[in-house]
Design a protein around this ligand. Structure first.
Ligand code: BTN
Length: 264
């Protein structure tokens, strides 16, 4: 299994304008998001990248753990988005799109996005995005955490996710380059972020929508206080999920856990 070294990260970020120009590469960390937040609080520039070969306390959405054995890409990027960018497209969805496109190009596969920001291959999870947003001296700082199961041996996933997770290596039965996947992700992500910055949020949302696994299907959405069921009708202009409930009324969901409801 080929681990990344500093020279590989430099090559992977060489064509980027600001992402990865400054980076830290660790053999092990608790969570790259926590380290990136420390760096951001100490004034790190936008685009600062933190990578770890393994995480002991990798964090997922909704307080879940993210299994982070060797062979995956675990990275966090310090972003300082303006309110305008944040209104144009959710950065976590934009990142899931970049993750999905990078995995497809690296592994010659066809991943799908599960709203809001999971990446699936063969119905199993192959990538995820965790965006931690906080205000600092009146400016927004966003720590964008991305986990991609690239060259991970399926046997090394934590037992509780082994059945629901996959990796490019497990799918193809062959090694996949971390450097190449990182290069693809950083380049595609930066391109999408710049495009939203220039006003192209609608195009990014349309591309994400094209890859959305659940659109048009009947889904159950678990919210903090209640559960909704209906047809996933589409994405709103800000990337929220538009649900068509059984009575015909529409409900816009901003955060939640979606599962497909198969006909009995
Ligand atoms: C999810 O699907 O629930 C989101 C998973 C995000 C995992 C990544 S791995 C790098 C970064 N550091 C973390 O602790 N989490 C994110």
């Amino acid at each position: 299994m080929s681990a990344l070294d500093r020279a590989a990260v430099e090559r992977a970020a060489a064509k980027c304008a600001f992402v990865g120009k400054t980076f830290e590469l660790h053999d092990e960390l608790g969570s790259t998001n926590d380290r990136a937040r420390e760096l951001a609080q100490a004034g790190a520039a936008e685009g600062t990248l933190v990578l770890a070969a393994r995480q002991h306390f990798g964090r997922g959405r909704l307080g879940r753990a993210w299994s982070s054995p060797e062979g995956g890409l675990y990275l966090s990027i310090v972003l300082r988005p303006t309110d305008e960018i944040l209104r144009r497209a959710p950065i976590s969805l934009l990142s899931a799109l970049a993750a999905s496109e990078a995995l497809d190009a690296a592994g010659r596969v066809a991943t799908r996005i599960k709203w809001p920001n999971d990446v699936l291959l063969d119905g199993k999870k192959i990538g995820g995005v965790l965006a931690d947003l906080f205000k600092e001296r009146d400016a927004a700082t966003l720590i964008l955490g991305v986990g991609l199961n690239v060259d991970t041996d399926a046997a090394s996933f934590a037992p509780d996710v082994a059945q629901i997770a996959t990796s490019l290596r497990a799918h193809k039965g062959a090694a996949v380059s971390l450097e190449e996947t990182l290069r693809l992700f950083l380049g595609i992500f930066e391109g999408h972020y710049q495009s939203v910055r220039r006003g192209g949020g609608a195009l990014i949302l349309a591309r994400a929508s094209d890859r959305m696994a659940t659109l048009g299907q009947r889904v159950r959405v678990r919210l903090a206080e209640r559960t909704l069921e209906g047809k996933a009708a589409g994405l709103s202009a800000t990337g929220a999920l538009v649900l068509e409930l059984d009575g015909g009324q529409r409900e816009v969901v901003y955060a939640g856990d979606v599962e497909e409801v198969r006909p009995a």
